[in-house]
Design a protein around this ligand. Structure first.
Ligand SMILES: [Zn+2]
Length: 293
């Protein structure tokens, strides 16, 4: 089962998040028919997103924050979108799921699949205005793009390590990530120790493939830790028929009747979870009637 742990480490000068997202990335692969490089790109993106959502648990004494994260880029995956909350729930999709690009070494070439562009993060913390901050992508490899976001947009020195391993049947055999953020008051010695520890840490997807739990990965990073919390993670969409009804009504009755006349029914698909909602002429007429009353 997918899980996230939060801990202090390095003399309590760093907050560390370790996530196993293997199951939720496999779910995304299944519903979106992702090819390997698209799996790696979206898997890394979902992992960073769900960890970031969990960072706002309890912020301002609330638990109802939500985040929308977008990669707008010019590579063949045609961008990505994810939304997440503070409860370990995340959903997302790529523009084009059928991307399989490798380096000569055989490693999946996520940077090329993503391309150049921007990372936009919109936070609704439910305490003040919703705000969006954006940074240019450094490499499109996602991990360093998030590290750059934390540094430039939030002024928090961070290390972000993300990984997705795909087997020869396109299944996800290890997906997860570690995000470490320095806390106020840290000294350069702490930062040196952190960088040293990450250099020695085996790749995250290999540790997960080998069966390591988040606690095992944390212990491999440092033995100076204090565990704060463990929470389950999952791919979860909150769409429903009513949301699509509201979208249809906004098209206006003439447009709806034209669509029904042409196709006999209107089919809408949720981009996030691929659930289909179908409306026949009776549904549409009652929607029009409702919207007029
Ligand atoms: Zn949905």
């Amino acid at each position: 089962m997918d899980r996230l742990i939060k801990a202090y480490g390095f003399d309590k000068m760093a907050r560390i998040y370790v996530a196993d997202t293997t199951d939720l990335v496999q779910h995304a692969k299944d519903i979106h028919d992702l090819w390997p490089t698209a799996s790696a790109a979206l898997g890394r993106f979902l992992t960073a997103s769900v960890i970031m959502g969990a960072m706002y648990k309890g912020a301002f004494g609330r638990d109802d924050a939500n985040l929308t994260l977008r990669v707008a880029s010019d590579g063949p995956i045609e961008g990505m979108v994810a939304t997440t909350n503070t409860h370990g729930e995340v959903r997302g999709y790529v523009g084009n799921p059928h991307v399989f690009l490798q380096y000569d070494s055989g490693k999946l070439n996520v940077g090329k699949a993503v391309g150049a562009g921007q990372l936009h993060i919109t936070k609704d913390l439910k305490v003040r205005d919703i705000f969006t901050s954006s940074v240019s992508l450094l490499s499109g490899e996602i991990g360093e793009d998030f590290a750059y976001y934390f540094k430039s947009s939030e002024q928090i020195p961070s290390v972000v390590s993300l990984g997705v391993k795909v087997d020869e049947h396109n299944n996800i055999i290890g997906a997860g990530g570690v995000i470490l953020q320095m806390l106020p008051g840290f000294k350069s010695d702490h930062l040196d120790a952190v960088e040293d520890a990450f250099k020695k840490l085996p790749h995250i997807s290999f540790m997960l493939e080998a069966g390591d739990q988040p606690e095992d990965i944390l212990a491999k990073l440092t033995d100076d830790t204090e565990l704060l919390e463990s929470m389950p993670l999952k791919f979860q969409c909150d769409c429903n028929r009513e949301k699509f009804e509201r979208g249809l009504i906004s098209l206006g009755k003439d447009e709806l009747r034209t669509m029904i006349k042409e196709d006999g029914q209107i089919e809408t698909v949720c981009h996030f979870c691929m659930t289909k909602y179908t409306f026949d002429s009776i549904d549409i007429e009652s929607l029009i009637k409702e919207s007029q009353s």
